[in-house]
Design a protein around this ligand. Sequence first.
Ligand code: BJW
Ligand code: ZN
Length: 262
Amino acid sequence: MADQAGAASGMPESFIEAVRSAKSVAVLTGAGVSAESGVPTFRDAQTGLWARYDPQQLATPEAFRANPELVWEWYRWRRELVSKAQPNPGHFALAAIEEKVSDFTLITQNVDSLHRLAGSNNVVEVHGNIMKTCCFDCSADAEEEDASKAEVKVPRCQLCGGMLRPGVVWFGESLVADVLRTATEASQRCDVFFSIGTSSAVYPAAALPFEALTHGAMVIEINPDKTPFTPRATYSIQAPSGEALPALVEAIWPDAGSPNAH
Ligand code: BJW
Ligand code: ZN
């Protein structure tokens, strides 16, 4: 059963000490971490990206084959939105934690680059990056300009003539093996694991907190809502990450300075 750590100021001393003394920390983030930057999550009933669309019609290879124009239209809209978004205090706090821990891995399901923009370095993007483009047929990387010409509804690969696609991982597609291995190994060797802003619904990413628990880590979940993982978390902080993470950094490393100051 998860302990309620509550607002970060009310964190138990044992929790603060465990994070402060951790030699290895792994973090898994999901769409909720970018919500306070104005990037919609996927599954929130009212505002989520899929409130108006069926994910099966947008985020699968079958959907792309059936209607590549619709899928490109959706991704171009999201690229535009993401390109205007700025990191929030939660992103900056995670970058501040990286500076305090010798072995730190930030595993993100997000495709929006906001962790890197906030100054995080060791970022593992398990679902790819929305600004990347590659070939649906030959997998070659493509120049972004090829895909961003508004007049070209479905851009084509210069090497094989196949359709270009966004460089993200859709349902039914395998994650890049090396990337998943890096994420799994970080989850297995860490002393403290954070699961932040994810519904814990999509595998294999959702298995990583369990992997950490099995290998003896303390697992802290930060999410305003409960998830399927909540009952298993060592501590559950039910608050927005943009509030909870800066408070957590302040409580654990008061000398870290303002996480916003990057
Ligand atoms: C806040 C907040 C605030 C709000 N602060 N928090 C094992 C069991 C069952 C099924 C499977 C399984 N293994 C594989 C599968 C199938 C499938 C799967 O998991 N299906 C489930 C839905 C049942 N997985 C796959 O297909 C994966 N591939 C794979 O496993 O390959 C091997 C294989 C191949 C073939 C057959 C079988 C196996 C690939 C998954 C790819 C996921 N892709 C997407 C789209 C990426 C591209 C794009 O962006 O368009 O990734 S789907 C979407 O979901 C996106 C996200 O990264 C991912 C996770 O969502 P996330 O981040 O958790 O967001 P939300 O919206 O769900 O939640 C937001 C949370 O934030 C909420 O909890 C809020 O409360 C919270 N929140 N505000 C903190 N301020
Ligand atoms: Zn090609």
